[in-house]
Design a protein around this ligand. Structure first.
Ligand SMILES: [Zn+2]
Length: 116
């Protein structure tokens, strides 16, 4: 991997990290406990609860992504970035550009998806 490609991926990682942090903040606001407020009707409370569930699921996904992004940054520091943590093969560049926080090569993803 040449320096220009690496710089490009580092920029993608940073951008994704910033975006994910913003998303988490927004979702945390939305997943705050809903007060049993009589001022809002029964129906809108149901709607609020539905929104809360969706927000919590998205929040968990966003937190998982954030962890992966932080891990990818550590790999960058160690010089291990772009290598599969399972078999140390290089992760295809096209995949890294799409998902900069990728930790596994396609082979290992295939294997683990067949296991489950
Ligand atoms: Zn692998």
């Amino acid at each position: 991997m040449d320096q220009e490609t690496l710089d490009n991926l580092i920029a993608l990682l940073k951008k994704s990290l910033t975006e994910t942090k913003i998303i988490i903040k927004q979702l945390e606001e939305q997943s705050k406990p809903i007060a049993p407020d009589n001022a809002i009707g029964r129906l809108s409370r149901m709607e609020a609860l539905n929104t809360k569930t969706v927000s919590e699921q998205s929040l968990n996904a966003a937190k998982l992504k954030l962890n992966k992004l932080i891990f990818a940054q550590k790999q960058l520091d160690n010089g291990d970035y772009g290598c599969c943590i399972e078999c140390s093969d290089e992760i295809p560049l096209a995949r890294l550009e799409l998902i900069p926080e990728s930790t596994h090569c396609m082979n290992c993803i295939d294997k683990s998806s067949k296991k489950t």
